[in-house]
Design a protein around this ligand. Structure first.
Ligand SMILES: C[C@@H](O)[C@H](NC(=O)OP(=O)(O)OC[C@H]1O[C@@H](n2cnc3c(N)ncnc32)[C@H](O)[C@@H]1O)C(=O)O
Ligand SMILES: Nc1ncnc2c1ncn2[C@@H]1O[C@H](COP(=O)(O)OP(=O)(O)OP(=O)(O)O)[C@@H](O)[C@H]1O
Ligand SMILES: [Fe+2]
Length: 551
């Protein structure tokens, strides 16, 4: 099969021909470069209006010229037309869709509407040959982690404000550097030295606004620009690498694939490769022409969708500027669901995302150095988190929230010794009674101004399934609805309802990412939270979930 792909969500007016038999993908792109500032939606659309038809014509000419596979001379140049249907800038998407419909109708071939973000990750999954990786999309307007489970891509974590490339580009606009800023920061960072900046990770979510304001401020205060660029990369990419590792740990996957324009950055790729290497996972990043926006990835996924019969009628092919990748029915991966949920087994040594935990009579948790991080940042995070964890385990316990008793703390060695609690992680025994207990615990914490920071199903311990009669209380006297909160390393005190809502979002995200039937669990969790906690926090959660994150 031969497929024409068309891309034009923001800056790249691009067309490509993917030939499934020859396994070739030829890409033709005309990039929009703003005269000043960032991408102007109207200017970008103007660019698309002229450049998309030209690139499409070039690609079709190329297809006609390479009809060498035994097709007759009057054969159609392509068998299907795939286009970026969203997410992206509305005016640009409409021009792409119009071009795609026109060609599909003229040639009388099927039309395929591709989700741009899934195209970014499927191109890497295809070239790696991975079956069920965790996928990190690091692009201009987005930054998120996806995992495939139960027929859909699940959102495991994402930015709470801007995409990663846009965050970097905004910083460089402050310096009056031309768009795009990412490659310029990468070049300037070569001569830089480390300075501390904010580092914000909440479970597997993260945000860039604090670090970007601090970076601009640092430049205004006279810190050398190359030092700020260097440190910006160390922090921002360190955050992305950390959440990617958390996602590998949560899902039990040992494959990571990278997508998106920021993936062209060598330092980001180096960190991800090193993290994967340290934990025995495989890492793959596609070649640069497939990382930045390009129609090749649209054609490749389009071909798989077309083969699965996933085409769209012209009259139903309106664009979707806010189309989230986790809302796409995945038609092209049937029968491939091999995702696992880690955490059921209880071995003597547990390897979390952050620490190595030795389970004996006592539990000894050691935050080992992460060689992918800058040593100063690494030392700071391990020290701060060990301190926070010990203090908050204690504070939570005083409120009546079940946590292990802390026996010993050594912040310099980043080690905590504590009581052993529960029989399995909640991830290994997800039921409504247990998630309800977590709801009440979190509400109690929030009622006293405490935030857990990372309440995933791996950070809750529960008795074994037959706890009320069986051996579930082997470690501790338990009842069936008992649950202990552990791993307070990202916890802090706050009186902001937004922070409480983020705790709920993180917990629900870990359920949605791994459970076959999340809905009843989410309902049980929220109703238990309401019993003890404030309705306004649940309302704030809806706000967090509903935010458009394509900025
Ligand atoms: C919706 C769609 O329009 C959007 N596309 C997009 O953002 O273009 P993409 O090509 O994936 O990424 C562009 C971003 O990638 C950054 N970038 C390019 N080279 C870079 C480098 N070497 N280091 C860091 N960032 C880099 C640019 O600064 C810019 O912010 C998206 O995928 O989110
Ligand atoms: N006090 C404890 N009692 C029993 N098991 C524990 C205890 N503390 C940790 N564990 C086990 O060790 C695992 C890893 O611990 P923890 O979550 O604290 O480490 P981590 O590296 O921060 O993990 P992650 O970042 O993946 O959440 C837990 O999922 C749990 O199975
Ligand atoms: Fe993109």
């Amino acid at each position: 099969m031969r497929v024409l792909g068309i891309e034009g969500t923001a800056w790249a007016a691009s067309a490509a021909i993917h030939d499934t038999e020859a396994d070739t993908t030829d890409i033709f792109t005309d990039a929009y470069a703003p005269e000043s500032g960032g991408i102007h939606p109207r200017e970008a659309a103007e660019h698309m209006r002229g450049a998309v038809p030209t690139q499409v014509a070039t690609a079709l000419d190329h297809a006609r010229g390479t009809v060498s596979d035994g097709r007759p001379d009057d054969a159609l140049p392509v068998d299907a037309v795939a286009f970026s249907r969203g997410p992206g800038l509305g005016p640009c998407l409409r021009i792409v869709a119009t071009a795609a419909r026109t060609v599909a109708q003229r040639l009388d071939v099927p039309l395929v509407g591709v989700n741009h973000m899934l195209a970014h990750l499927e191109i890497g999954r295809a070239s790696a040959g991975f079956s069920s990786p965790v996928c990190l999309n690091a692009s201009g307007a987005n930054a998120h982690l996806l995992g495939y489970h139960g027929g859909r891509y699940r959102m495991l974590g994402e930015t709470m404000d801007t995409g990663v490339g846009n965050a970097i580009d905004k910083f460089t606009r402050h310096l009056d550097w031309s768009h795009p800023g990412g490659p310029k920061v990468e070049a300037a960072a070569e001569d830089g030295e480390y300075v501390d900046l904010p580092y914000v990770v909440k479970g597997m979510d993260f945000s860039f606004s604090g670090i970007m304001s601090a970076a601009k401020q640092a430049v205004d205060d006279g810190v050398a620009v190359e030092d700020v660029c260097f440190s910006l990369q160390e922090h921002v990419f360190g955050m992305l690498t950390e959440v990617a590792e958390r996602a590998l740990s949560l899902t039990g996957s040992d494959e990571l694939v990278l997508g998106g324009g920021v993936g062209q950055n060598a330092r980001l790729r180096e960190m991800l490769a090193e993290m994967c290497d340290q934990r025995g996972a495989s890492f793959h990043a596609p070649e640069p022409r497939f990382l930045r926006d390009n129609a090749g990835m649209i054609a490749v996924l389009g071909a798989r969708m077309a083969a699965a019969g996933d085409t769209v009628a012209v009259e139903e092919s309106r664009v979707r500027p806010n189309w989230r990748p986790n809302d796409v029915p995945v038609t092209w991966r049937s029968g491939e669901d091999v995702s696992r949920v880690a955490g059921a087994a209880d071995e003597t040594t547990q390897r979390g995302a952050e620490a190595t935990v030795t389970l004996g009579e006592r539990v000894v948790k050691h935050r080992e150095p992460k060689s992918y991080r800058h040593p100063d940042l690494d030392a700071r995070l391990r020290r701060e988190r060990t301190r926070a964890e010990a203090r908050l385990l204690h504070d939570a316990r005083k409120l009546g929230v079940s946590t292990p008793v802390v026996r010993d703390v050594d912040p310099r060695e980043s080690t905590i010794a504590m009581e052993r609690v529960g029989a399995v992680d909640l991830a290994g025994r997800l039921d409504e009674a247990s998630v309800a207990t977590v709801g009440r615990h979190l509400a109690t914490l929030h009622g006293s101004g405490m935030v857990h920071g990372d309440p995933t199903t791996r950070n809750v311990r529960v008795p074994a399934a037959e706890a009320d009669g069986g051996d579930g209380d082997a470690v501790d006297g338990t009842s069936a609805d008992r649950a202990w909160l552990i791993d307070f390393g990202l916890g802090y005190h706050s009186d902001d309802a937004e922070d409480y809502a983020m705790d709920l979002h993180v917990f629900e995200g870990s359920i949605v990412g791994t459970a076959d039937d999340p809905e009843p669990l989410l309902a049980a969790f929220e109703s238990a939270y309401r019993e003890v906690g404030a309705e306004s926090v649940v309302a704030q959660l809806r706000d967090v979930e509903g935010r458009g994150r394509y900025q």
